[in-house]
Design a protein around this ligand. Structure first.
Ligand code: SF4
Length: 369
């Protein structure tokens, strides 16, 4: 992938609709010694975050508390800056999004009642920012040309080796406090890579001002996770409103970034056709002409583990997680997930496959799942 020319038009950055201020910040000794850890400390100070504890060692204190609701809320409102174990620097493939995944952080301060992290992260839901970012970025050269999820495929081989940075966090939710996404975008845009590459990130936030002027070189695809109005209103607590995400999408597209919609999790709630239609129309109205747009569609699913965790976190949720209304899919190693039945899935898929080319003719659908 070659660097792209600057775009002809620019949109000013929309004002961020939601900026998280953690009530507590913990920084381990090793994290405070790393350059990225120091950059995060400087940003925290500039943001006026006062409760920052510099720990004498590398262990975080017990954040589990009594396992009650108050402990959950305290953990959700805590940011920890840590150096993860060395083993995390060995990257894993992440189908269907990208050849490889690397993590800027783990955890997210928002409160989506279907949160994907519930089934994959264990322990108290603290947001951990990784201070070894410079080392992680420096290691990525070794993965270029070695992927097999998107690399080598007819549909997506042209993207270069793809790296997903938002698998276990929402990078924009914490960007004002960390600058990690901007550092990654700049590295991808300016580094002399051994082959074509693409950085990928997705978000439910809209604070893109710090990204617009970066030398991204067209090598980062920023995707915005969007949904029907009823899904966002009922289930996506403490995120930026969908209208803010759409305005942010338009602003980064106008700044020359390839962009994307992650429509997820798709749910057939009452009036879904109208609501998803309104969503696609809003995106079509906001996007600048010539934007390079992809779409990823992910239907709602849950696992026994994610259901248990989510009901623990959000006991009064109205999110439908009824096994009797779902089809059970079994993975290679005996894992179980509950997805919509075949007819529901076919109805949703048929609608999106017709509506997307009609309302967003320039969009490329990357996958449906
Ligand atoms: S924004 Fe994403 S990571 Fe954060 S709570 Fe919502 S689903 Fe989970």
């Amino acid at each position: 992938m070659t660097a792209t020319a600057p775009p002809p038009t620019r949109l000013s950055a929309p004002s961020p609709t939601r900026l998280w201020t953690p009530s507590r910040v913990l920084v381990t000794r090793s994290a405070a010694e790393r350059p990225h850890g120091q950059r995060v400390l400087a940003r925290l100070e500039a943001a006026g975050v006062s409760d920052v504890e510099l720990l004498a060692g590398d262990r975080l204190p017990n954040l589990r508390g009594d396992g009650d609701r108050a402990a959950f809320m305290r953990a959700k409102d805590t940011l920890a800056v840590v150096v993860p174990p060395r083993s995390k620097r060995t990257l894993q493939p992440i189908a269907p999004s990208a050849d490889w995944r690397f993590d800027l952080a783990e955890g997210c301060p928002a409160h989506c009642q279907y949160c994907y992290l519930a089934g994959s992260l264990s322990g108290p839901p603290v947001t951990r920012v990784f201070a070894d970012l410079d080392e992680v970025l420096g290691d990525l050269d070794g993965y270029v040309g070695r992927g097999s999820v998107t690399s080598g495929t007819v549909e997506r081989g042209g993207e270069g080796t793809t790296f997903e940075a938002s698998c276990y966090t929402d990078p924009l939710a914490i960007e004002h406090l960390t600058g990690g996404l901007a550092a990654a975008v700049t590295h991808f845009g300016t580094h002399d890579w051994p082959g074509p590459v693409q950085l990928r990130a997705t978000t439910k936030f809209d604070d893109v001002a710090g990204l617009l002027d970066l030398p991204h070189g067209g090598r980062t695809r920023l995707r915005f996770s969007v949904n029907a109005a009823s899904v966002a209103r009922r289930f996506e607590g403490a995120t930026s409103p969908v209208a803010g995400r759409v305005a942010a999408l338009a602003a980064v597209a106008a700044a020359g970034y390839p962009v994307g919609l992650t429509i997820a999790p798709i749910m057939p709630l009452e009036g879904w056709r109208e609501e998803y239609g309104d969503l696609l129309d809003a995106v079509a109205a906001a996007l600048p002409a010539g934007a390079d747009l992809t779409v990823e569609c992910i239907t709602h699913r849950f696992t026994p583990g994610s259901k248990e965790t989510l009901l623990d976190w959000y006991p009064r949720t109205r999110l439908e997680m009824d096994e009797a209304r779902r089809t059970t899919k079994r993975g290679k190693f005996g894992s179980v997930k509950h997805v919509y039945p075949k007819e529901t899935m076919a109805g949703l898929r048929g609608w999106f496959e017709a509506a997307l080319p009609e309302r967003l003719p320039q969009a490329r659908l990357l996958y449906w799942t």
